[in-house]
Design a binder for this molecule. Sequence first.
Ligand code: GLY
Ligand code: MN
Ligand code: MN
Length: 440
Amino acid sequence: MEKLAALYPAHITELNRRVAEICARENLAGLVIHSGQPHRQFLDDMDYPFKVNPHFKAWLPVVDNPHCWLLVNGKDKPQLIFYRPEDFWHKVADVPTAFWTQELDIKLLTKADKVAELLPDQVGQWAYIGEHIDVAEVLGFTARNPEAVISYLHYHRATKTDYELVCLRQANHIAVKGHLAAKSAFYGGASEFEIQQSYLAATDQGENQMPYGNIVALNENAAILHYTALEHQAPAERHSFLIDAGASFSGYAADITRTYAFEKNLFGELITAVDVLQRQIIDMMRPGVKYVDLHVATHQKLAQILIDFNLANGGVADLIESGVTAAFFPHGLGHMLGLQVHDMGGFLHDERGTHIAPPQAHPFLRCTRTLDVNQVLTIEPGLYIIDSLLASLKADKRSQMVQWNTVEQLRPFGGIRIEDNVIVHNDRVENMTRDLGLND
Ligand code: GLY
Ligand code: MN
Ligand code: MN
């Protein structure tokens, strides 16, 4: 924590620098960033779990308090309007005293609808950044999430400050504890639901603190890319386990996947091959490399694995061009990671918002940027037996390129994904996930 406190002032200086630049360019007095408001469940008197505006948590590690506001202009000390109602029904946030309070001027707000009294006089010259456009309108903001400002912030968000890198390492550190616990629960015979409970207990985080719904999949469930059902009953036979689960730290996310074979077998060898591929791709990362090129290189290496494991036959180029590799690996290689699991800005070519779409052959790729120093990304190649995708190969002449016997043999195992979180440095790549103890 000492380290965080020491790095935080420079983080605020950098965010202020960004705000000053974009406000000067857009002729704005500053930004008013809203933490958000609770969302009520339909015909109910309860709210959904609160999810804070990522632009708000970029400035301070407060993720659980709605009706807060930040006033930033890049020149003055940022002002925080901190919501602290009189409320005997709910837990009221304590007056903050943590290290970050020294970098902000804090005013307390006791009634959410009285915020206008604490906002700038000339609110029309400030831009509202937040989800509640109707509230912004009532308060007199004419600039609401201006595209030029949002694009600028999203583009620059890809470059993490040293404070953010510490937060991301800490999120990985927590998630690794969960992964190690989940692995032993799997080998101990637990159900998906029980594995999830082991994971949450080891991370000391609740389900709503997870940055995304954990994927805890036994056997063929591992072939369902976004499988979030949790079976309470352990399966009669145990073949494989895929877990894609993260953790949060001060608003920053980890996003890690591992796959395990229950016994020594062909599937276990295939996991090793995908693991080697994943490390080779990570070794190719350096400033100046295009993420799309890493994705294409993954398809080339994957085609060779399909050939080596007698899953497919033909040349590497043919297997890629005909869509055979895409049927086994239908998602993107990964994405930017930070305040959001799929951090915004992955398609932005410049700070003005020029968009680079993924290549037509790879529509699910979530990042088309050129790598640069202090970017944080996931690398998550996969190989799955997905019947609906393989059926389209079976239906035409590509059927001859697939070795259906091996497909049959691997079907009960579902699939493989291996996902690490890495930082691009000038002279090396830092694999946070493996460095922090998740080595297989
Ligand atoms: N867990 C979501 C993803 O890997 O992108
Ligand atoms: Mn993931
Ligand atoms: Mn991911």
